[in-house]
Design a binder for this molecule. Structure first.
Ligand SMILES: Nc1ncnc2c1ncn2[C@@H]1O[C@H](COP(=O)(O)OP(=O)(O)OP(=O)(O)O)[C@@H](O)[C@H]1O
Length: 265
């Protein structure tokens, strides 16, 4: 697989006259997972929509070389009139793959994600929230996206289900070399899943710092994840981003953005 790199350079975005993204630069290479972390309103979803091509930015440069793209959002957004199976298989329809093959592939992947044949015949309203999230994840993964954009897809789930879906996602991403950009409010989720974490702050939305995670995924146990998350929470720029010290964010007073060397021990 050829190496590709998604690049955002000096990007700005305004809704009307309100600037919501200010001078955003980032890059993510094939097979890497980048987490965008920050408080509500700092422009994470806007940035993801721009990267997905759903929104045109006001200024700056975006280079998005990945061809097959899939998105997964906090709400599963399933089509209510289609069964779980048809919802999952939907993405393959555009590729002119026969119905039988679409369904076979969907059943196989759904099985890996813990969905039974019975579940697959149900309509979304007949499934629990957790099942609907599995269906949405299966739908996103079935098209084998080169780039997967995740907007807090796990935030409404209980911790057991989250951990299970994290594992399934990681396994798929590693097997397929998928590039992932994920939004989360949950620093521990970012530490668990990402290769690099971008800390954002609001008003206007901007990047405060990037924290590369040096520890290979295979060596990230719960202890390391917990310790690293605590270390990150103590970083002044993370505290500033989440406004943990009651610090009003003021451009003039802000420390200069620094690239932190990573929290791995
Ligand atoms: N379509 C829109 N029109 C005008 N303003 C918008 C629009 N969408 C978002 N905004 C504003 O832009 C800012 C950034 O919103 P955005 O949803 O990108 O932030 P976020 O970091 O993803 O927030 P959250 O974590 O709560 O989802 C917010 O102030 C929001 O009110």
């Amino acid at each position: 697989m050829s190496m590709k790199q998604l690049k955002v350079d000096n990007l700005f975005h305004k809704y009307g006259i309100v600037e919501v993204l200010n001078n955003i630069s980032l890059s993510v290479s094939s097979g890497q997972t980048l987490a965008l972390v920050g408080p509500s309103g700092c422009g994470k979803s806007t940035l993801l929509h721009i990267i997905a091509g759903l929104l045109t930015h006001s200024e700056g440069h975006l280079e998005q070389p990945f061809e097959q793209l899939a998105c997964m959002f906090q709400s599963p957004r399933l089509l209510p009139w289609k069964t779980a199976l048809d919802n999952i298989a939907l993405g393959l329809k555009a590729r002119k793959i026969s119905r039988l093959e679409r369904q076979q592939r969907a059943i196989e992947l759904a099985g890996q994600l813990g969905l039974t044949r019975d579940d697959l015949d149900k309509y979304p309203h007949e499934l629990s929230g957790g099942m609907q999230s599995r269906v949405a994840l299966a739908r996103a993964l079935l098209v084998s996206p080169e780039l997967l954009l995740l907007d807090e897809p796990f935030s409404a789930l209980d911790i057991g289900l989250k951990l299970e879906l994290y594992q399934l996602l990681r396994r798929h991403v590693e097997e397929h070399g998928t590039t992932v950009i994920m939004i989360t409010h949950d620093l521990m989720e970012a530490v668990r899943l990402a290769d690099s974490i971008l800390m954002m702050a609001p008003e206007p939305g901007r990047i405060l710092a990037e924290f590369p995670m040096a520890q290979p995924h295979a060596l990230r146990d719960d202890n390391w994840i917990y310790r690293t998350s605590v270390e990150l929470m103590q970083q002044p720029l993370v505290r500033l981003g989440f406004q943990l010290d009651g610090v009003g964010i003021n451009h003039e007073d802000m420390p200069q953005p620094v690239a932190h060397g990573g929290c791995a021990p």
